[in-house]
Design a protein around this ligand. Sequence first.
Ligand code: PMP
Length: 436
Amino acid sequence: MYRTQLIKQHQQRLLKIKSFSTTNRNLKFSEIPLAPPDKILGITEAYINDSNPKKINLGVGAYRDNSGKPIIFPSVKKAEEILLKKETEKEYTPIIGSKNFQSIVKNFIFNNSNKDSNGKQLIDDGRIVTSQTISGTGSLRVIADFLNRFYTNKKILVPKPTWANHVAVFNDAGLKPEFYNYYETSVNDLDFNNLKKSLESQPDGSIVLLHACCHNPTGMDLTNEQWDEVLQIIQDKKFFPLVDMAYQGFASGKPYQDIELIRKLTKLANENKIPTFALCQSFAKNMGLYGERTGSISIITPSKEESKAIESQLKKLIRPIYSSPPIHGSKIVEVIFDEQTGLLQEWLSDLDKVVGRLNDVRQKLYDNLDKSNYNWDHLLKQRGMFVYTGLKPEQVKKLRDDYSVYATDDGRFSISGINDNNVEYLANAINEVIQG
Ligand code: PMP
């Protein structure tokens, strides 16, 4: 009798637990909808499952060498060897990263050559607050959260098209992303007049996102003169510029040549014409540190006094999210920039080679494409890791279904996936698809 009572009690308890978990008003697991898969990662999955030996993955924006393999930059490998020997602890780094990392990043971006007296001035005046972040994405999220907290106008203008994650990050942080015109697909070119018009029509004080170089996905950047015009609009409309620099070095092969926009902005900051702006930066692509998640946010402030408060608020914002950033990638950066290792020149030459191969392959693809019924000139105007082909979604689908060539539906091809062994096959497939 006693035993059956116990069993009954136990069964009742189980029932209670079960009904609690299914009737908990706060969280109905059964009602959580399935989220759509990430577009780019979904492509890689489909590519992996394809058994065609000629398959090509043009989805993912990560470097591959001429044999289709990912690489570690030789300079980075050497930095890791040095670290392995000399590292004696794995202590936490401060919330905003080490002072040394911050200083390296500041000088790398804002004081890179004798052309950078304005950047140097801002550093000397204590007007740049830099924090290490979890790569470029983390940097975008930190500044978006910061702006949501302290900037009253929540509207952030982003180019159409832009990297899809921009919109996701800004939305999730509570900002209100809206597109400004950037590119005209029908002519495969920048749509500069409408770019200006659409910015001019926006309310004063909006935040505006600018790609520093190698615009993702189009690969089309503004000329120096066009930047001047846009920066004038930014002054007139009192916009807050947020610069995303994920591909520094991928335009020219030389990081210090790809920062013309930053040079213009630092000059305007010194003249107090654009007194404040922010810059998100990443070592994912230009040092090949993708998974190490190493990047930074820099906020240019009106004065040293404001810098103190801003730095304290960055710490307050970051601490409850991830407490402090990872250390391996930032230590690699510190070793590479340490003059005693002599690795800086080696890294710059590694990067130049990577960009050289991408440019080479871009040219080879262009050479192999049939120009008799499609104008491919835009390919050679574009810069960076991608070619924005202008192919329509149905043509991209045909490439995938008939030729095992995998790319995003918007016709963006990551050039890294192209090499001497597949460039002709790819060009022929494109030629066939265009002929219909
Ligand atoms: N911005 C742009 C335009 C990008 O293309 C990327 C990477 N694809 C990022 C930011 C962020 O990259 P990560 O987080 O890997 O540094």
